[in-house]
Ligand binder design. Structure first.
Ligand code: FES
Length: 600
């Protein structure tokens, strides 16, 4: 994959860098200014004396033991998100070493640096709350440190979108290296992987069909290797989006974490980053309206995670591109579902998807629908990439041809109406079509705490024909938009054998989850959206065919409820990141980015 560098990459060798003068003094101010454009002397501190800045930078560079030759090279930073709080990134040290090999062999200087790392199960209140913080950390470290390009290692759900957001804003050449999905494990006779199977087992346990000892045994079998979740959840969806945008090397998004190909991809990504400096291809030349359209089509063809809609909107917003939900529906209506990877279907996992042909196979099936002139991190267009892959093997059990898809239309659809004026999302590919056209009675929970206290109460007034509503779990709520949209089916209904029912909220849902679930209702309840005005017994009309979601309550009654709602004052945090978050986070259609971070 990697071509050898010419040695002129970054022009550092022509202009000179730190090592050139390591034993020769500081040089003239003009020389120093030239040196500062690239390599280890770029972005000097301003003491009001440029020569002193060079002298200081060199002094500390020498302390790291790099040779003068190494310090002349273009610098590629490696954003390493290894953390012992992040089991999905357990294998990153091995990948970092491979990236370094690639950079150094291509004539660059590899310098690894840490950033925040986010894991789904080890962050409170939820990892989404910290995605923007990680994006800021990534952006500022790429911008602030003397690197000419960056390779970013991410895997777990929020890490890849955070890195792409940060890199897009930092404006330096960047390559995303995906950590890759886990391999499957075994629970008794079942082949299992996180976390669609985690949820299925938990439903069985709640329904009394699994015993405590069995669920405990399953707990030790679900995640057996490093890497991101083994299904087409948010992490794998975001990896696919990164490759579809053109921000990863071709064919690398779906390689399993522990596969030797993953290590080769890491080395090749390092070498490619050195070339990218010479090509001067920055993320804004790759992330465009056209490539966002392409990535949206891939998201739809995969029946990917609903979180992908939020993250793609946030990444696009960093480059001044809007992911319009009406446009999203146009693309959804004309994009077939092609990948039978859990939670779509009930058989295949990400390791199967990779062996079946991966993202390249999906892109080739979608080729007539894609913008082929989009640039990628290799310096080739998407069209050039796909032409080179023509005729590659595809396992048709896992990746269907566009002529015979799993579904003729995309896996996700945006809904609009009086209950969601700015939109909501339903994952129709993981839902029950029998529930798509329905008017249902609302059973309302006003918060996560309220739901936890009452959902399993024997006297809860609920039937399988109702719609469960959860309020106050959107981005600006104290809950910070957790993946709570997979509302638990009340135990009394589970005991009757109910497996799915309508559920609706302003929360998100894990990409590994499934069910007839409406998410991301905007505006959210906490900022005065109509969702906060819904009361027990109201009628809600859903039509997936018409893409509508309406609250059937007359305007006068809603006005009264709004007056009452306005009297309740939300308690706002007084300090810190929580205050910044609550005051500046935008709604789901804008990707839940902070309003001051989008490109104006
Ligand atoms: Fe990390 Fe699922 S918990 S990808």
């Amino acid at each position: 994959m990697a071509k050898k560098t010419t040695g002129k990459s970054g022009d550092a060798s022509k202009k000179g860098t730190a090592g050139e003068g390591a034993g020769k003094g500081a040089g003239s101010p003009k020389d120093n200014a030239q040196r500062a454009e690239r390599g280890f002397l770029r972005g000097l501190q301003n003491y009001g004396d440029a020569d002193f800045s060079v002298y200081m930078r060199r002094a500390f560079a020498k302390s790291m033991g790099f040779s003068a030759d190494e310090l002349k090279r273009p610098v590629v930073g490696i954003a390493n998100t290894y953390s012992q709080f992040n089991p999905c990134h357990r294998h990153f040290p091995e990948l970092v070493e491979a990236v370094k090999r690639g950079i150094n062999s291509a004539g660059g200087l590899a310098l690894e640096f840490p950033t925040i790392s986010l894991h789904e199960s080890t962050l409170a209140p939820n990892s989404m709350k910290f995605r923007n913080l990680m994006a800021m950390d990534t952006e500022e470290m790429i911008r602030g440190q003397p690197m000419d390009a960056v390779v970013m290692l991410g895997a777990c759900d929020k890490t890849v979108p955070a890195q792409l957001m940060g890199a897009a804003s930092a404006g330096k050449p960047a390559i995303q290296l995906i950590g890759g999905p886990q391999m499957t494990g075994r629970y008794r006779e079942h082949r299992v992987g996180a976390c669609t199977d985690c949820r299925k087992f938990w439903v069985e346990f709640r329904a009394g069909r699994m015993q405590p000892a069995e669920i405990e045994e399953a707990e030790g079998r679900l995640v057996t290797t490093s890497g991101s979740c083994a299904v087409m959840g948010t992490a794998s969806t975001m990896a696919a989006i990164a490759e579809s945008l053109g921000m990863t090397l071709p064919g690398t998004a779906a390689i399993p974490a522990v596969h030797a190909d993953r290590i080769r991809a890491a080395e090749a990504s390092g070498a490619a980053a050195v070339r990218l400096i010479k090509l001067d291809i920055t993320p804004d030349k790759i992330i465009t309206q056209k490539s966002v359209d392409n990535a949206t089509r891939v998201l739809l063809a995969l029946g990917g995670s609903t979180n992908g809609v939020i993250h793609l909107a946030a990444i696009a917003g960093r480059c001044g591109v809007k992911l319009d939900l009406h446009r999203f529906n146009e693309l959804s209506d004309t994009t077939p579902v092609l990948a039978a990877v859990k939670p779509v279907g009930n058989e295949f996992y990400m390791e199967d998807f990779y062996a079946a042909g991966g993202i390249g196979a999906i892109l080739r099936e979608l080729k007539p629908l894609l913008h082929l002139d989009c640039m990628t991190v290799t310096g080739e267009t998407l069209g050039q990439r796909l032409a080179a892959e023509e005729g590659a093997y595809v396992d048709r059990r896992v990746i269907k041809p566009a002529s015979d898809p799993i579904e003729p239309q995309g896996g996700l659809v945006a809904l609009f109406g009086s209950l969601a004026p700015d939109g909501a999302i339903i994952k129709r590919s993981a839902a029950d079509p029998k529930l798509f056209e329905r008017t249902a009675r609302a059973v309302v929970f006003s918060s996560l705490q309220d739901m936890a206290a009452r959902v399993d109460a024997p006297d809860l007034d609920v039937t399988e024909d109702d719609i469960l509503i959860l309020q106050n779990v959107g981005p600006a709520s104290p809950a910070g938009m957790p993946e709570a949209g997979f509302l638990p089916i009340p135990k009394k209904l589970l005991a009757k054998g109910v497996k799915d029912m309508l559920r609706l909220s302003d929360a998100r849902m894990s990409g590994t989850a499934y069910g007839t679930i409406v998410l991301h209702v905007a505006p959210e309840a906490a900022v005065g959206g109509p969702l906060g005005l819904v009361r027990n017994g109201d009628k809600i009309k859903l039509s997936v065919k018409n893409k509508t979601l309406d609250l059937l309550v007359d305007a006068a009654e809603l006005a009264n409820r709004r007056t009452e709602w306005a009297k309740t004052k939300a308690i706002m945090p007084e300090r810190g990141y929580d205050k910044l978050f609550r005051e500046t986070v935008m709604q789901a259609p804008d990707g839940c980015d902070f309003n001051f971070l989008r490109k104006m």
